[in-house]
Design a protein around this ligand. Sequence first.
Ligand SMILES: [Mg+2]
Length: 157
Amino acid sequence: MSVLKPDFRFNCILDIKPEDIKNSGAKFVLLDTDNTLALHGSQEPLKGVLEWIDEMRKNGIEPILLSNNSRERIEPFAKKLGVPFVYKSAKPLSKGFSIACKKLSAKPEETAVIGDQIFTDVLGGKLFGSKVFLTEPIGPETNAFIKFKRIIEKFIR
Ligand SMILES: [Mg+2]
């Protein structure tokens, strides 16, 4: 199913260059947080993420966090990174994507989603009309439901 297939696959978000985003037609990046920018629930960004955000901005690409996690988890992390955020975004539903676009004054076709999960990041991004960059999760899963989804994803990837 094409809505479950990412447009691009990378091992890690740090491997994605500004040119990769620009070449996809996007100028805004909607960033998943858990297991994409930091270990699940961790306030410590992956080493290099702050510089990565800087580099994107220098190239005219604006980032925003788009996470299904709570305000308590996302707000302090977003402040540390100096980027706007949407929490409890309900990916794959379009609601959170729309809020993110409103905050950025972006159109769906100008956005790229970067995340590690098929059923939230990829499905949500494809349904919304974003370009989708799938990355490998940077850490082990802690939540039983996510672990279950991973097993299903193995058959799709
Ligand atoms: Mg994630």
